[in-house]
Design a protein around this ligand. Structure first.
Ligand SMILES: Cc1ncc(COP(=O)(O)O)c(C=O)c1O
Length: 362
């Protein structure tokens, strides 16, 4: 017997593209049962806990770096999301958008390319909703990420590590084109629901938690969703806020989740002219910052957070060092450090040296 759940229930007809609204060329039926399931899950399941992450003042780190007291650095700890990263937010919005528009029904497979965290977010949400998931991911993604994806039940298509996230994107496009009816492809690189999630949730949370005191908003660029969405909303709150984009300096870098727009494909949701400033950070400097913030603030984050933090230091020294006015710098820390146990981030000699220098010091 066919599972009732695999059928699309009532037919609320919708055209696929706006242009086709009245043409009747392509129609999509909303899966009412899935909508019901989603609404329930958003209220009661683990996905109800996405967002509202802590914003922490990094006063001890500021003082360790020798920065003046008129500077406040805030870290938004996105690793506190139930899927462990900032990507829970866009994944939830993209899946919801697909379900409400009838593009995602229970008989479809969710398909996307990801450097890891978005995949984990999809995998968690798909597990909650009972949906199938196939992911294209570079084979050099951290062991932890690949393992978590498998634990949540995702099917993985491993792609050439030398081609990075662009290789995963291309493979995903090929799979989709072979059988478009079988898949729902949210495509985080071109889906406006990605940046919308940050516009609607990340930015208002920052605004509230800082009491509206933000001078710089600093975030890494992967798809560009965080910086575009949260940056836009923050500028609506206060147009004087400077939005700073952080990129890896080296083309082959160790900052998982980040891309250098000079060397790779520009995602269509990312407007290169939007950020007020770009800061490029070396992998090694980012790693050292992740280590420092663990030892000094007890905050355990991944390398892209270290990169963002390094950028905060650069901003503080270069742009506000001599200022007398208070200055508030808000940084997004995309994920937590436990996704990188197998990388050299926590194993390197420089970390050991840092531990011996800092441990037990007041
Ligand atoms: C660890 C990490 N840092 C930063 C980012 C960048 O976020 P966004 O895609 O919103 O630009 C990502 C995205 O995958 C990530 O996984």
């Amino acid at each position: 017997m066919k599972d009732e759940g695999t059928r699309e229930v009532k037919a609320r007809k919708r055209s696929k593209h706006k242009d086709n609204e009245n043409s009747g060329i392509e129609e999509q039926k909303v899966d009412e049962e899935l909508i019901k399931r989603f609404d329930e899950a958003k209220k009661y399941s683990v996905i109800s806990k996405i967002g509202n992450t802590p914003l922490i003042r990094l006063d001890r780190l500021r003082s360790y770096l020798g920065l003046p007291e008129n500077i406040t650095i805030w870290g938004k700890l996105e690793g506190f999301n139930p899927g462990g990263s900032v990507k829970d937010r866009p994944a939830l919005f993209m899946i919801e958008d697909g379900i409400r528009k009838g593009k995602l029904t229970r008989d479809k497979i969710v398909l996307d390319s990801t450097s890891g965290n978005t995949g984990i977010a999809y995998a968690m949400i798909c597990a909650v909703l009972g949906l199938k998931l196939k992911l294209c991911i570079p084979s050099n993604a951290s062991f932890e990420r690949l393992k978590i994806l498998t634990i949540f039940g995702a099917e993985l298509v491993l792609t050439n590590p030398l081609e990075g996230s662009d290789g995963a994107m291309n493979e995903c496009a090929k799979i989709y084109e072979k059988n478009p009816d079988l898949y729902f492809k949210p495509d985080q690189y071109s889906n406006p629901a990605n940046s919308l999630s940050h516009y609607k949730t990340t930015a208002p949370e920052i605004w509230e938690d800082t009491g509206g005191k933000v001078d710089f908003f600093v975030a890494g660029v992967g798809t560009g969703g965080t910086i575009m969405g949260a940056g836009k909303r923050l500028k609506e709150f206060n147009p004087n806020i400077k939005v700073v984009a952080v990129e890896p300096e080296e083309p082959l870098h160790g900052l998982e989740g980040l891309r250098n727009t000079k060397f790779s494909i520009i995602p269509s949701i990312f407007d290169v002219n939007f950020p007020d400033m770009y800061l490029r950070v070396k992998t090694e400097d980012a790693f050292q910052m992740s280590r420092l913030v663990a030892l000094i603030e007890g905050i355990f984050v991944g390398p892209s957070s270290g990169a963002v933090l390094k950028a905060c230091e650069i901003i503080a020294r270069k742009f506000v060092w001599n200022g007398t006015e208070n200055c508030s710098i808000v940084a997004i820390f995309p994920d937590s450090g436990d996704r990188y146990f197998s990388s050299r981030l926590w194993e390197d000699k420089r970390f050991t040296d840092l531990i011996s220098k800092i441990r037990w010091k007041k």
